[in-house]
Design a binder for this molecule. Structure first.
Ligand SMILES: NC(=O)c1ccc[n+]([C@@H]2O[C@H](COP(=O)([O-])OP(=O)(O)OC[C@H]3O[C@@H](n4cnc5c(N)ncnc54)[C@H](O)[C@@H]3O)[C@@H](O)[C@H]2O)c1
Length: 361
């Protein structure tokens, strides 16, 4: 089994989760951390014997890593992928892959031309509860999938809506709101195509533009096999869940600050509902809890695997196995581009008022 020299570029919120996860991956040696401003970069790097850098090009030239994990804001993804491809370095890039699908296509082309892998960090595919749900669905356990839905409606009014820091999405482009379609829904757009085994072919909805007041965002998307995806997001309202109504009194939850707590009610736990002709699934993916209801009744199913946030370790490990044997355990740049094509079609539908075919714009 090969060992790989890994560099992490962008040491903010998710960079720190990747760093903690990498310690659990036997094949990974983290050799460098890059961030232009993180004040504690050296302190993060020192215990690993890694070096710290303030810019990616200097790091790439000095370290020649095998794989770079791009964990910087999406506005920086394209230029960072280009730097890696130019030096023949493999890339694992966080979601969203790019600001729009055309930019993603360029990134894919650059990596292909350079002969390097472009892994897309669709981390939801490594959440154990979703992997268990996927296995059930692929076995026909809920029959034909009809509807897959995520709804995050919470908060304490528009003033408290979670805005993205300015460096993430340029003003006037899709994004800018943390629980919106682009920054969050992009996870589900990918995951629902994966779970149902069927691509999204048309979509319509509404999303915000960065720099403007965010609002209720939604999408209705149609899969090739007839299943429907429905997403509704707004953290500028109030939750309608009642205290102790949910299952969080019995399990761990991921609160809105990103902390994992034991046995605490979360104002709006993230959950997914999937309805099929033979059954339904209720998935509390960050709490690692899965329910199946079918003719035999309702039951809670065991969920194996590394619980969040060590799903980032599973993702990195899978990428390194892919480098070992040329496999495709981690989604590719094409998956990232496809998710952005769906987003593009949703934004197009705002001006046409019609259902838009994915990939036609
Ligand atoms: N998979 C997930 O569950 C998940 C969760 C959160 C964020 N993300 C994604 O991760 C990425 C980063 O998000 P975040 O929430 O960690 O953002 P953040 O703002 O907390 O951190 C980003 C970091 O990148 C640094 N940075 C900016 N430009 C850089 C450059 N050119 N080179 C190196 N570093 C640079 C910033 O200084 C900052 O420290 C985004 O694409 C986001 O969508 C994914």
């Amino acid at each position: 089994v090969n060992r790989y020299r890994i560099a992490l570029v962008g040491m903010g919120t998710v960079g720190r989760l990747h760093l903690a996860a990498a310690r659990h991956v036997a094949q990974a040696d983290v050799v460098a951390l890059v961030d232009p401003v993180a004040p504690d970069l050296q302190a993060l790097a020192a215990p690993l014997g890694a070096r710290s850098y303030t810019d990616a090009a200097t790091m790439l030239d000095a370290e020649a890593p095998d794989l770079v994990c791009i964990l910087a804001p999406v506005a920086r993804h394209a230029e960072l992928v280009a730097l890696c491809a130019a030096r023949g370095v493999h890339v694992l890039c966080e979601k969203p892959l790019a600001l729009h699908s055309a930019e993603a296509a360029t990134m894919i082309h650059q990596c292909r031309a350079a002969g390097v892998r472009l892994f897309y960090g669709a981390s939801y595919r490594f959440l154990p509860a979703l992997q268990a749900a996927c296995a059930i669905m692929r076995d026909g356990g809920i029959g034909q999938p009809l509807l897959m839905t995520e709804s995050i409606l919470c908060g304490s009014g528009p003033a408290d809506r979670h805005k993205m820091a300015p460096g993430h999405y340029p003003a006037g482009t899709p994004g800018g709101y943390g629980w919106g379609l682009v920054d969050h829904g992009v996870h589900l757009i990918d995951a629902f195509a994966w779970l149902s085994g069927s691509a999204i072919v048309s979509a319509h909805g509404r999303g915000s533009l960065s720099g403007e007041q965010g609002g209720l965002e939604y999408a209705i998307a149609h899969h090739a096999n007839g299943a429907v995806t429905q997403l509704t997001y707004d953290d500028g309202t109030y939750p309608a869940c009642l205290p102790n109504e949910g299952i969080f009194s019995e399990g761990a939850g991921w609160d809105q600050a990103g902390n994992v707590d034991a046995g605490q009610w979360s104002a709006h736990p993230q959950d997914i509902r999937i309805h099929g002709t033979e059954g339904s699934l209720r998935i509390f993916h960050y709490a690692n809890i899965l329910f199946l209801r079918d003719r035999a009744g309702l039951r809670k199913l065991p969920v194996a695997g590394r619980a969040p946030n060590l799903h980032f370790a599973s993702q990195l490990e899978a990428a390194l196995h892919d480098l070992d044997d040329g496999g495709q355990r981690v989604p590719s740049g094409e998956d990232g581009r496809r998710a952005l094509q769906v987003i593009d079609s949703i934004y197009r539908s705002m001006s046409t008022g019609r259902l838009e075919a994915v990939g036609s714009g």
